[in-house]
Structure formats: C-alpha cells, structure tokens
Design a protein around this ligand. Sequence first.
Ligand SMILES: NC(=O)c1ccc[n+]([C@@H]2O[C@H](COP(=O)([O-])OP(=O)(O)OC[C@H]3O[C@@H](n4cnc5c(N)ncnc54)[C@H](O)[C@@H]3O)[C@@H](O)[C@H]2O)c1
Length: 348
Amino acid sequence: MSIQTFKKLLVTGGAGFIGSNFIHFVLATRPVSVINLDCLSYSGNLENLSAIEADERYRFVHGDINDRQLLEDLLKECDAVVHFAAESHVDRSIIDARPFVKSNVMGTQTLLDALRSSGQDKRLVHVSTDEVYGSLPLDKPELKFHEESPIKPNSPYAASKAASDLLVQSYHETFGLDALITRCSNNFGAYQFPEKVIPLFVTNLLEGKKVPLYGDGKNVRDWLHVLDHCEAILTVLEKGQSGEVYNIGGNNERSNLELTQAILQIMGQGPEMIEYVADRLGHDRRYAIDAEKIKRELGWEPTRSSWPEALEETVQWYVDNQDWWRHVKSGAYRDYYQLQYGQRLTTH
Ligand SMILES: NC(=O)c1ccc[n+]([C@@H]2O[C@H](COP(=O)([O-])OP(=O)(O)OC[C@H]3O[C@@H](n4cnc5c(N)ncnc54)[C@H](O)[C@@H]3O)[C@@H](O)[C@H]2O)c1
C-alpha cells in the first residue's frame, strides 16, 4: 500500500462540527498547511478554530463552494481537497430542501468542475454519510450497510448527499478525477451544533429544559467519535484507492432512547426530563455500518468510541465549554467573524 503525503489541503466547510475537528487534528498530526473555505452558514462557527487562528499553517477564506473562480484560485495553491461543506441537518431538509440541493449537489458539482479544470493531479476526499443507504429494519440485526449496498436515500438531506456521491463517482469514471468517497455513521464530540441530538439534549438539561425525543425512541444509530472519523478520513486521503468508497462506523449501535437514558444518567437527571414528541417525517429506523473494508484494506478502526466513557467525555466537554454553546444558542457566535476579520456577516 503506498502512502501519499500532502503539503497544502483545501478543506471545505472547515468551520462546521467535523471540519473544524479535522483541521485541529490534521494540524496537530501532520506537517501540512490548510486553507479553510467556508461560507459561514448558520452552522459555521469560527470560534471552533480560535485556538489555531494564529498558526501560520492555517488560513480562513470566507466563500461559497458554488464560486468556481474562487475555487480555481485556491486550488492553484493546494494538492488535495477534503470536502465537508454541506447542509447537514435532516430536519431542516424536511422544512426546505432547496439549500441542500444548492450546497450539497450544485456546490459539489462546482467543486468537481474546478478540480477538473485545475488538472488531474489533485486528490479529493468527498465526506458523505451512511444515510445515503436508506434504512434497515430493527428486527434484522444481522443486516448492515456495506459499500455495495444500494443507494436508497429517504430524506431530502440524504438524497442530496447521494446525488453528490454519484456526481463524484461519475467525474472519477468520466474524467479520471482522483476522487474517493467516505460514508460515515453518526458522529459525536466537541463543537457539534446544538441542534443535533447529543449537544441539544445536554445543553437543554444544563438550561433546566426537557429533552425532545422523537416517536417511540426506538430508532437506532451507530455512534462514532468525531476524532475517529477525522483519523479515518485522513487514512483514506493518504492510503485510499482512487475511485473507491469506504464505509466508516463505530460498531456502536444505540437506540435513541438508550442514548437519552445514558445522557440523563451521566447528568444525574431522571426520565421525567424526557418529552416524547411527534416523530420526524420519514424517520429512518436503523443505520448500521459494516466498516470491514477500511479496516482490512487501510488498517483503520475506531479507538476513541468506547461507550459510555466516550459519551461521558463529550457530555463533560459541553459542561466545561458553556461559553461556546451559549454563544451559539444566543447567536453571539455570528459576531466573531466581524471581531476577528473586520467584516459583517451579511448572508445566511
Ligand atoms: N455530523 C455527522 O454525524 C455526519 C456523519 C456523516 C457524514 N457527515 C457529513 O460531514 C460533513 C460535515 O458535517 P457536519 O456535521 O460538520 O456539518 P455542519 O453543518 O456542522 O458543518 C457544515 C459546514 O459547511 C459550511 N457550508 C455549508 N454550505 C456551504 C457552502 N455552500 N460553501 C461553503 N461552506 C458551506 C457551513 O458553514 C458549515 O461550516 C457533511 O458533508 C455531512 O454530510 C456528517
């Protein structure tokens, strides 16, 4: 297996949850430089990166992946792209799918065209999700998603990610682009926007509020620590086979009710804090990832996702970093860009 090294990465969506964890991780573990291209949509938060802002290997560029000229200019400096930028919240896609098509589908296509016109030598890792495979039944625990499973997305979010995956594959086949796709299960860890279940529940409880649990709480997700995900993406970037898809998972299936009870227990709260709410429309029942391929071919497996210790650590991060999530919940995080970069955020 050959290992590629890179001097400068273009990271799209690096101000979001996984992208910012990835930038911290890659700067701490590799002698690379990073350009972070992010449009700072509602989920982009530069406070996630305040600790490395002064690092001369890091540069933030405020811009949209739909801006082809900007992408072409930035690609001149970079030898690889790790593509996180996307609308990422299923509930928002149910309310309005258009931003998902614009960023996830058209934005990815713009990035692919920019890569095409900047030469064939730049590697792309497209960060996707297990949600493109659709849903598994609860009563067949032996079934898991593998890389050859059919693409059967159910939510507009998952459909937009599936469309972007297919575009990436088509540009690899048609134009020979050096592109790889990762499909990961649900992530948890620091800097996750508090609309997603773990930070929402922890911060609600810290505010004395109840936690809204969808439907019967039996939906199952496979939870992976975000730093395990970051390490897997870096492994795929450095060692992956061009044109391949790699599933990434934690082998850590939990029902939403089990997750909720674990959070309540860690925080010393009782079941009276659960508020059962109407189920999400089209709510996928179960996701489960078969991550044998990345283990067998590239030697990656998770090391940080042991349960419940890793969950306890994450809960503690939100307990210890109340300024961070209170700024998000109050909207004050939007001022950080102006304070640091002297410009007002006018979009999104
Ligand atoms: N969170 C998960 O559990 C999970 C699991 C598997 C895969 N993924 C994928 O990982 C990626 C990152 O997810 P996340 O949870 O960090 O999301 P996030 O919403 O926290 O971050 C997304 C980032 O992308 C930026 N962005 C959105 N549209 C953009 C555009 N048009 N141009 C430039 N920047 C734009 C946002 O400003 C934000 O900083 C997504 O592609 C998502 O589909 C997420």
